[in-house]
Design a protein around this ligand. Structure first.
Ligand code: COA
Length: 337
């Protein structure tokens, strides 16, 4: 049978603790640094974010992912036993070994599935859904659970005011399933890209096998995220625009025909610049970064889930998602809900 893939259910989960911009300003005072609510809102659009308490098992990455996955399965009308593949997109895994996907598998009891992680940083959810689609099209899998989950607060340098204002924790999930090729509700088109020459725009120098964390490197915060914010901003606008346009071009679809745009939630100014370049009015753009900040691989599935739940995204509507992240990775995915 000629087949296609379709997202049939979504879910999301966040830790309890809200950290406001004023809370961050208070934290920074301890290190002799300044920021303020107005600056953060004007430069990023973020008002608050959620931060996991990792002493609480319920708020580690795989537990947030499991909560999101259970909701997605319920909405899709599927049971954990129905899943034959789990893809967990994350760059802040519970452990380097085993994968966060395996921790999640145990938590939701998906006994028939095989499980793996994907690390494409903030583009991870789109990479995950496109990977799921390919396994479905090849006939290897029928029902795939894709999770984008992060607890990147553990890798935030709380003494770097460029970074600590941006990130938050959370997880989103989607069930992707095989449908007949002629189905109108399906994944329509996608485009993925990466450019390893830009790796150092956002990276964690130490803690992998290339650079051990020694007490000296720990003191220099080399085990935390390092970012060239201004440069990344420009690359983000260019790459997001390019990915979105190439995805639309594959279907000869003008942007005006889109019902919704769900971009990676890194910075409101990046989102506005990209929407403007593609030609999508801001009324059609789904935003959740004001309340959750940049949750990396979780931004798109959580924003998508919120808009589906509150009835903005309705059956039969066309949705374009678009992300960029460390790597530098990027990807866009167009589907009919
Ligand atoms: N509070 C107050 N002032 C701050 C500040 C903060 N948190 N962070 C930086 N500043 C200051 C800078 O020191 C600089 O001061 P100066 O002009 O006296 O040197 C000024 O504000 C402007 O800094 P700049 O870095 O040009 O700000 P910006 O407008 O580029 O905003 C970011 C900084 C990080 C918000 C922005 O570059 C950004 O969002 N980049 C993309 C990052 C991203 O998306 N990362 C995730 C990728 S998945």
């Amino acid at each position: 049978m000629e087949s296609a893939a379709r997202i049939i259910g979504t879910g999301s989960a966040f830790p309890e603790r809200r950290m406001t911009n004023d809370d961050i300003a208070q934290e920074l005072i301890r290190f002799g640094l300044k920021t303020n609510n107005q600056w953060i809102i004007e430069r990023t659009g973020i008002i608050e974010r959620r931060i996991s308490n990792i002493q609480n098992e319920a708020e580690i990455n795989s537990s947030l992912g499991a909560r999101a996955a259970k909701i997605a399965l319920e909405r899709a009308g599927r049971k954990p036993e129905d899943i034959d593949q789990i893809i967990y997109a994350t760059c802040s895994p519970d452990t380097l070994m085993p994968s966060t996907a395996c921790w999640l598998q145990q938590k939701i009891g998906a006994r028939s599935a095989w499980a793996m992680d994907i690390n494409a940083a903030c583009s991870g959810f789109i990479y995950g859904v496109v990977t799921a689609e390919q396994f479905i099209l090849s006939g290897h899998s029928k029902t795939v659970l894709v999770v984008g989950g992060e607890v990147l607060s553990q890798w935030v340098n709380w003494q770097d005011r460029n970074i600590c204002i941006l990130f938050g924790d959370g997880a989103g999930a989607a069930v992707v399933e095989q449908v007949p090729a002629r189905s109108s509700q399906r994944i329509l088109s996608s485009h993925l890209s990466s450019d390893g020459n830009l790796s150092k725009l956002l990276y964690i120098p130490a803690g992998g096998s290339s650079l051990e964390v020694t007490p000296e490197r720990y003191a220099q915060n080399l085990h935390k995220m390092h970012m060239s914010g201004r440069e990344l901003f420009k690359v983000a606008v260019r790459t997001l625009t390019e990915c979105a346009l190439r995805t639309l071009e594959k279907l000869h679809m003008p942007a005006i025909k889109l019902d919704w745009f769900v971009p990676h939630q890194a910075n409101l100014r990046i989102i506005e610049a990209v929407a403007n370049r593609i030609g999508i009015p801001m009324e059609k753009v789904i935003i959740n970064l004001d309340r959750f900040g940049n949750t990396s691989a979780a931004t798109i599935p959580t924003a998508l889930d919120e808009a589906i739940r509150d009835g903005r995204i309705r059956e039969g509507q066309t949705v374009l998602t678009d992300a960029f992240g460390s790597g530098l990775t990027a990807g866009a995915l167009l589907f009919r809900w």
